[in-house]
Ligand binder design. Structure first.
Ligand code: SF4
Length: 284
């Protein structure tokens, strides 16, 4: 079960994205997948390269569109384990509409956001996860917009699996990705992944000082949506761990009879010459 390939990532040394790559590779092996049973669909950004760095099916899509493609892949071959991945700009700016509706739809896809609170590939502009007041070349006097909270966003639109992690915690992140892949339905895993080149505020040290692991909160119950929302608001959206999981709500897949068998991958798409001519005539 070898999920490593011989492609050398061209991320900057120290970039948080390396840990996410390693965690995906370990999690896939730990849950017993073979490379041909996994597909990773990515958007655009430094994070978008992940689909070429893991030995499995990969599709590097367009900006903000990892989720529609990932859902299409899942619909076409329903036996695949599908991961969608992208940066916070990809998922919470241009792709925000897709993120909200994919969460609501609850199709069995795991969405891993590589959240560095900045646009790294385009050399350091304010992103939807940058805090108000954040100074970059696109907001030289400080951002006047509030940052998106992935946890609160997901909880408010009916997410059935919400987790958050930090690139330095490879073990915890691997376990969360395993749980996300095993969850029946859509799983959102937001990962604080420091951009060491352009984000000099949200550094590894900053996260170590500010994140609040849920297992340090006495009596935390990851099945209580209201309290998860409340704790997240109290802790500025910086909680890590399994924040919320609903194991009762049925996934999209479970509500469609014969879902697995109906995908294109299981259909005989060969056409006889006569049927092809008939099809062409219908469209003529
Ligand atoms: Fe990582 Fe930032 Fe470098 Fe992009 S620019 S590879 S996000 S450190």
């Amino acid at each position: 079960k070898e999920f490593r390939n011989n492609v050398k990532p061209n991320w900057c040394p120290g970039c948080g994205d390396f840990s996410i790559q390693a965690a995906i590779q370990r999690a896939a092996a730990n849950v017993g997948l073979e490379p041909e049973q996994l597909a990773i669909i990515s958007g655009i950004g430094c994070s978008g390269r992940i689909s070429g760095y893991v030995n499995c099916y990969g599709f590097h899509g367009v900006h903000g569109r990892a989720l529609p493609i990932a859902q299409g892949v899942k619909m076409a071959n329903r036996e695949l384990t599908v991961i969608a991945s992208g940066g916070d700009g990809d998922g919470f700016a241009i792709g925000m509409g897709h993120t909200v509706h994919a969460i609501r739809r609850n199709l069995d896809v795991t969405y891993i956001v590589m959240d560095n609170a900045i646009y790294g590939l385009t050399k350091g502009q304010t992103s939807p996860r940058s805090a108000a007041g954040f100074v970059t070349k696109s907001t030289p006097q400080g951002s006047i917009e509030s940052s998106v909270s992935p946890v609160e966003l997901a909880l408010s639109v009916g997410a059935t699996f919400v987790a958050q992690s930090f690139s330095s915690d490879l073990k915890g992140l691997t376990e969360l990705i395993e749980k996300g892949m095993q969850h029946k339905g859509f799983s959102l895993i937001n990962v604080f992944s420091p951009c060491v080149t352009y984000n000099k505020v949200n550094t590894y040290d900053w996260f170590k000082e500010n994140i609040v692991p849920v297992d340090t909160i006495e009596g935390y119950d990851p099945h209580d949506r209201i309290k998860a929302m409340s704790y997240s608001m109290q802790n500025h959206g910086l909680m890590t761990g399994l924040i919320y999981q609903d194991t009762e709500k049925k996934s999209y897949d479970e509500q469609v009879p014969g879902f697995k068998e109906q995908g294109l991958a299981h259909q005989d798409l060969t056409l006889s010459k006569e049927d092809f001519a008939k099809l062409v005539a219908e469209f003529a």
